[in-house]
Design a binder for this molecule. Structure first.
Ligand code: FES
Length: 164
């Protein structure tokens, strides 16, 4: 009875097979390193890039001039502004109290803060309470579509009206 012998590989074939495995392992580990490097770079870019939430835009339309009757002072609480119309002149005053940021309400004499009692005159000047500064005035302009726009990034001197 003859026993089939397992073919014996010569040392050159074994060496070549080892080299092939070695190359495969080297390639796989290189690929793994390269892949993890790419993932690291991408994840860093994701975290480095600011994910700012800008909230509401600071420049926004408030409507056509005719929508505001002369002599009106209309608070728009969602934008924290009060639109003032005197004749054909418009102004936008901040309704954010300069004390601790509560929303001031329109009063007979100007503005009143419900939180700690600060009072402001019709131009936003402090007339009482702990508020350290007057209310801000924002730039008002007319958009090409005929609507008034307020830019809360553009603070202007108190008493500066936009004339239509
Ligand atoms: S927040 Fe207005 S008086 Fe304090």
């Amino acid at each position: 009875m003859t026993v089939a012998k397992k073919p014996v590989k010569n040392s050159e074939a074994v060496s070549e097979e080892v080299m092939t495995r070695r190359r495969l392992l080297t390639w796989l580990s290189s690929f793994g390193l390269f892949g993890s490097a790419i993932i690291t770079v991408l994840s860093n870019l994701i975290f480095i890039k600011p994910r700012a939430t800008y909230g509401q835009p600071q420049r926004f339309a408030i409507g056509k001039p005719d929508e505001f009757a002369p002599g009106t002072r209309i608070a728009i609480d969602t934008e924290r502004i009060c639109i003032v119309r005197e004749g054909n002149r418009f102004a936008a005053l901040s309704t954010t109290c300069t004390h601790l940021g509560c929303i001031v309400g329109v009063s007979e004499t100007g503005f009143a803060c419900p939180c700690h009692g600060s009072r402001f005159d019709q131009d936003g000047n402090v007339t009482g309470g702990p508020a350290p500064k007057p209310l801000a005035w924002y730039q008002v302009s007319l958009a090409p579509n005929g609507e008034l726009e307020v830019d809360k990034n553009a603070e202007i001197n108190a008493g500066t009206y936009f004339e239509v």
